[in-house]
Write a protein that binds this ligand. Structure first.
Ligand SMILES: C[S@@+](CC[C@H](N)C(=O)[O-])C[C@H]1O[C@@H](n2cnc3c(N)ncnc32)[C@H](O)[C@@H]1O
Length: 296
């Protein structure tokens, strides 16, 4: 049972409380579902074939893929992932689940069971995918490890299909994000909710619904240079969201570039920086860099 989280309104604390909701046996007045059994371990396992199939099919894995099942539990996802022929790393820290995973997959040629903590376990050095139903209380921490940081550095994540808490998915998929970190994520990766995963799809039933969150790199955003331009624009836009987007682009790339590329990106001259969707910022950064490369 997780420790009680003190009342506060910071995003980190709110997420900790959401994690506790999914990993506790308490029921919520806001839900029609009630936990079906007492869950001493505070873990909710996927039992919906539709949700599992949706995650695995979305990942389009093959024998050349490397995929991480982060928080593998008893192997609900590990087994169908292994059937794709991909190399699977099943990461888990619970000793009971680790023993079950070893029994089930110990002799499997393309599955490796990894005893580790998701907060610290090293990620592969070659491109990898993640298909996983992750613990709610680690959602932000894991995305921070997988997606680019403020300096543009990132893991070798090629794609992810995750089960996360519904509210968390809504927050990170906003077209116009409310904070700089999710703006950076959304501008370099496309984050999209594929489907709602009802609370009843888990056993025991948690207090809130979940979502299948699909994460894919945005084309043209992989290079460090384009990320530098993009992140400088986002930082300026979030510093003063009421200023015109034109002024943000001019600050980073110069006035003449701003005049030329704003129209190309389909943005009005007077549009405020704080209302520009993340995919537009990605376009603007790419256009600014293309233009600077074409200049003699
Ligand atoms: C929501 S359950 C998902 C289990 C399984 N993948 C499924 O879909 O049924 C999350 C899993 O993450 C594991 N877990 C929680 N915190 C972890 C951590 N810090 N490091 C590694 N595994 C963790 C739990 O033991 C649990 O098996």
């Amino acid at each position: 049972m997780p420790a009680r989280t003190p009342r506060s309104s910071t995003p980190a604390r709110r997420e900790a409380r959401r994690g506790a909701r999914r990993t506790s046996t308490r029921t919520s007045a806001r839900t029609a579902h009630r936990p079906s059994t007492v869950n001493h371990h505070g873990i909710h396992l996927l039992r919906s074939g539709t949700a599992v199939r949706g995650l695995v099919e979305s990942a389009c894995l093959g024998p050349n893929s490397l995929v991480l099942d982060l928080g593998a539990g008893p192997g609900t996802l590990t087994a169908p992932l292994a059937r794709t022929g991909a190399r699977v790393l099943a990461v888990e820290r619970d000793p009971g689940f680790l023993a079950r995973l070893e029994r089930r997959f110990g002799d499997h040629p393309n599955v490796r069971v990894v005893a580790g903590d998701l907060a610290t376990v090293p990620f592969p050095r070659r491109p990898f995918q993640v298909v996983a139903s992750i613990p709610y209380d680690l959602s932000t921490r894991l995305l921070r490890r997988l997606l680019p940081d403020a300096n543009g550095g990132a893991s070798n994540l090629a794609a992810a299909d995750l089960v996360v808490e519904w509210g968390f998915a809504q927050r990170v998929c906003r077209a116009v994000p409310r904070d700089l970190e999710t703006a950076r994520w959304g501008a370099t990766y496309e984050l999209r909710v594929v489907r709602r995963v009802r609370a009843a799809a888990f056993k025991p039933v948690p207090a809130v619904d979940s979502a299948h969150l699909r994460i894919r790199p945005r084309p043209g955003q992989a290079g460090r240079r384009v990320r530098r331009v993009l992140y400088a624009m986002l930082a300026e836009a979030f510093r003063c969201p009421d200023q015109p987007a034109r002024a943000v682009v001019a600050e980073v790339a110069g006035r003449s570039t701003a005049r030329r590329i704003l129209g190309d990106a389909g943005l009005d001259r007077g549009v405020r920086a704080g209302t520009v969707p993340v995919d537009r910022w990605a376009d603007l950064a790419r256009c600014a860099l293309d233009l600077s490369r074409r200049r003699p």
